[in-house]
Write a protein that binds this ligand. Structure first.
Ligand SMILES: [Zn+2]
Length: 564
């Protein structure tokens, strides 16, 4: 039986869904029911759900949602049951729903709109939350949205946290407001800081830290205690430990979001950071959403993934989305006959069929990977190569015929080899086991609704950023400083990944081992050939296509030099 987004379909419906999916794409014929949630993208699955019910499927509905209709409904009921009224025409109201088998939408809507007739369309559940979110006001969460934030049971850590009781508490309400706002803004982190006279929080959105919001100083310990109590941490460690790590889960419009909590003591109090691991962003597919690479890049990426054994390294600074891309690659490589193991800190994206291991401390690394190797893995994902031990183990695993996916902190792809050398691995060893050196950046995408047209780039900027004369009258765009409601006045909407890939062929491997070629020379050679995707080329393409602006581009890649 198929289970998708928490709905278990019975045998008959599962068969019907499989028939539809096979009709859409004959490759789906061979999928087992267990594989469906993992292999079939959500919109495709929902299209099958619509087909089985004889309803139309519309992937995007949020923009059509009329606020007036929603005012008559309770958003909490709508989000819980996964439907929303969209628009009204000649007495017929169009309802978007994610579960067409449920009778509740009909009953509920008939009560609210006794005069109306109803038409239904199927959409994805995230669109329904988005529609409700959109209409329920941009001025911060309202009471019923706050009610939507509930702390879910995470393992056995926080079983008895009573949500409704705690929402009477102002501190719990404040915490819920902060967390829901952060989620709504798609923030990656929330920071709480105490300075000499101020206590404040701020969000990191699309890589930038936002405005500081002050909270009365006297509340700092209360808020701290609230978050620690969410994680059910014993009281004694609160005061004795200078650093505390933990995690808890919140639910935002029925979407579970993991929060990774880090707190360390500072002179004035605590500095707390919370990383939001919103799975609706993490569960991305190669070629889609923020990983919508161009065809050339995708092709090279698939070619790299097809390498039978060896190390594939993704480099880039913190927050460049390295592990997101590796996880998306892992999803592609995930086949029933392949044994995949991951060693991460923390586990970011749980993939069905993959064995994930959570690394509690660096000392666990070696015993973990040694026991890994005995369980006969084909593919190993190592969160990060950070020291000699992890570097040696990656090389060792590759030498013994495994495919190893990992990340490393270097700005450029060609520096990966040198980084392994610095960690103590001989050049020839890494040259023979490394199969692909990749680098990634996340590029802010201009808000399509308010971006501003420019008739070319002025001479000064062309000289600083090494842009040829052809840019003098080429139409480009830049962010609108005021922004618009669609982009929450930031001028940008989300980020998109750009990638550089340097495959290490047997020939280059040989040259690198013998010292006949330096990694930098390799990078230049690859650039001169001009066949492979690189950061500058992909970035300039995005600029020329009006998807990003020069400010965003020059922030993530060094444009002040060129090897061309
Ligand atoms: Zn805008």
């Amino acid at each position: 039986m198929i289970e998708f987004d928490g709905i278990r379909f019975n045998e008959v419906v599962s068969q019907q869904l499989m028939a539809c999916l096979t009709e859409f794409d004959s490759a789906n014929r061979n999928l087992t029911h267990d594989q469906v949630p993992n292999r079939v993208p959500r919109p495709v699955f929902m299209a099958a759900v619509a087909e089985v019910n004889g309803l139309p499927f519309i992937p995007k509905v949020a923009e059509f949602c009329e606020a007036a209709l929603l005012e008559n409904c309770d958003p909490a009921v709508l989000t819980r049951e996964g439907f929303t009224p969209l628009c009204q025409n000649n007495g017929t109201i169009l309802i978007a729903l994610a579960n067409p088998w449920s009778q509740l939408p009909d009953e509920y809507m008939a009560l609210r709109f006794p005069e109306a007739k109803f038409d239904k369309v199927v959409t994805v559940s995230s669109e329904i939350s988005r529609a409700i979110e959109r209409v329920s006001g941009a001025s911060g969460p309202n009471r019923s949205e706050l009610e939507q934030i509930e702390v879910e049971d995470d393992d056995d850590k926080i079983k008895d946290f009573d949500v409704t009781a705690d929402y009477e508490e102002p501190i719990a309400r404040l915490a819920a407001t902060i967390l829901s706002t952060a989620t709504k803004l798609r923030a990656s982190d929330i920071h709480f800081k105490v300075e000499k006279d101020v206590f404040y929080y701020c969000f990191r959105v699309d890589g930038d830290l936002g405005e500081k919001v002050e909270i009365p100083m006297k509340l700092k310990d209360r808020i701290d205690a609230f978050f620690l109590s969410l994680m059910k941490l014993p009281t004694e460690i609160r005061n004795t430990h200078p650093g505390i790590s933990g995690r808890f889960t919140i639910s935002y419009f029925h979407r579970p979001i993991d929060i990774r909590f880090e707190r360390h003591r500072t002179y004035r109090g605590y500095h707390t950071t919370m990383r939001l691991l919103d799975k609706s962003h993490i569960n991305v597919t190669l070629g889609k959403g923020s990983l919508a690479f161009d065809e050339e890049t995708l092709f090279e990426l698939y070619r790299v993934m097809a390498v039978p054994a060896g190390i594939i390294v993704m480099s880039g600074p913190t927050g460049s989305g390295k592990s997101t891309t590796l996880n998306a690659m892992l999803r592609e490589l995930n086949r029933p006959e392949v044994n995949i193991l991951t060693l991460e800190n923390p586990v970011e994206d749980e993939i069905p069929g993959v064995t994930h291991c959570d690394l509690k401390s660096p000392s666990e690394f070696k015993p973990m990977i040694s026991s890994f190797m005995r369980s006969d893995p084909d593919i190993i994902l190592m969160g990060e190569v950070r020291d000699l031990e992890s570097a040696e183990l990656a090389v060792e695993a590759a030498v013994t015929g495994h495919k190893v996916l990992t990340t490393i902190h270097t700005p450029r792809a060609s520096q990966i080899i040198e980084r392994f050398e610095q960690l103590g691995i001989e050049r020839w060893k890494i040259a023979q086991t490394l199969k692909a050196a990749c680098a990634q950046r996340l590029l802010k995408v201009l808000c399509p609704h308010c971006k501003q047209k420019l008739d070319g780039i002025d001479e000064k900027k062309r000289r600083i950023f090494n842009l040829g004369d052809e840019w003098a009258d080429r139409v480009v765009y830049e962010a609108n400083k005021e922004g618009c409601p669609e982009c929450r006045h930031s001028g940008y909407s989300g980020r998109s990944a750009i990638l550089e890939i340097i495959p290490i062929t047997p020939k280059t491997s040989d040259e690198l081992s013998k010292g006949a070629l330096t990694p930098y020379e390799l990078e230049v050679r690859v650039q001169e050939e001009g066949k492979l995707p690189n950061l500058r080329k992909s970035g300039l393409k995005a600029l020329a296509e009006g998807r990003t602006d020069l400010a965003a581009l020059s922030k993530v890649i060094d444009m002040t030099y060129t090897d061309e």
